[in-house]
Write a protein that binds this ligand. Structure first.
Ligand code: SF4
Length: 285
């Protein structure tokens, strides 16, 4: 059995940086208890390990508001400006592990909206990264996720300046399609493709591998949006695409009849799990 493992599988720069920040804080023991605002990454294995080391996850704004001590780590997705303000007002120490690529979008949105632009975020409005980006705008924001929403987008002032940015994990082709629809409306538009290269490279490599193998395995937590997108892309290129969280989810019967298997993994999948799956497939088929 030939196995092709994607070079870009696993932790991206921003996730690696955020996870390392938490472990660093555990070592430093600088500010009492350690909390992350939301799970640091969408991976149950890593969250369990951190919990064992005393790191607690704050899941809601109410939990954050009721905090009186400790250190809060802001994850790679970033948060709205108001959250930083809240922690600052409460005098709670926080470490900002927002991925620099996401931070850059916060700065664009802040600056453009201060200059009067109507901000359009291409992405999923219920994703924390998008909610965070929205929270840095100083004026109106629209979030557009599909062609129908792009068609419906309409502003009274035709000369209005519009600034379009993207969720970092959005599909590149879909982004272009939506931008094309919005551009035709004739606003004074500036489009900033803020899709992260790590995501694009991972998606392109995965699509290439999926198109030449008999079966494709996508590893990642079910809650990880970038893994879900990878699965969607791979499924389009290879009908035998399987989404697993760990080796335990692998149905060995599904791989019996194929000669080549491709493996990729989302940005929040630890190397350990990728290695386990890869070794298992190489040894057993
Ligand atoms: S996918 Fe890109 S933007 Fe998102 S955390 Fe990773 S490096 Fe940062």
């Amino acid at each position: 059995m030939d196995v092709e493992l994607a070079r870009t599988a696993g932790f991206c720069f921003g996730v690696k940086r955020a996870v390392e920040t938490v472990y660093q804080e555990i070592e430093n023991k600088a500010g009492g208890r350690i909390y992350t605002y939301g799970p640091i990454i969408h991976n149950d294995e890593v969250i369990r390990d951190l919990k064992q080391q005393g790191v607690e996850v704050l899941n809601t704004l109410e939990e954050l508001e009721s905090l009186t001590e400790g250190t809060v780590i802001i994850r790679s997705h970033g948060v709205p400006e108001s959250v930083c303000g809240l922690l600052g007002d409460k005098g709670i120490r926080y470490v900002d592990a927002t991925c620099p690529f996401v931070k850059k979008i916060h700065q664009i949105v802040q600056r453009q909206s201060e200059e009067g632009a109507h901000v359009v975020i291409i992405g999923n409005g219920s994703h924390p990264e998008v909610m965070g980006i929205r929270g840095w705008a100083k004026g109106p924001v629209d979030i557009i996720q599909n062609a129908r929403e792009a068609e419906d987008f309409s502003l009274e002032n035709k000369g209005q300046k519009v600034c379009v940015v993207s969720q970092t994990t959005f599909n590149y082709n879909k982004f272009q399609e939506l931008v094309e629809i919005i551009t035709k409306k004739g606003y004074d538009i500036i489009v900033l493709n803020t899709i992260c290269n790590a995501t694009k490279e991972r998606q392109e490599e995965a699509s290439g591998i999926a198109s030449r193998v008999g079966a494709m395995i996508v590893i990642g937590d079910k809650k990880s949006s970038n893994t879900q997108k990878l699965f969607e892309i791979c499924s389009n290129a290879c009908e035998n695409t399987y989404y697993i969280q760990t080796l335990g989810d692998l149905n060995v019967n599904q791989l019996r009849s194929v000669e080549t298997v491709g493996i990729t993994a989302g940005a929040s999948t630890p190397n350990k799990i990728i290695e386990e799956v890869q070794n298992y497939v190489r040894i057993n088929f």
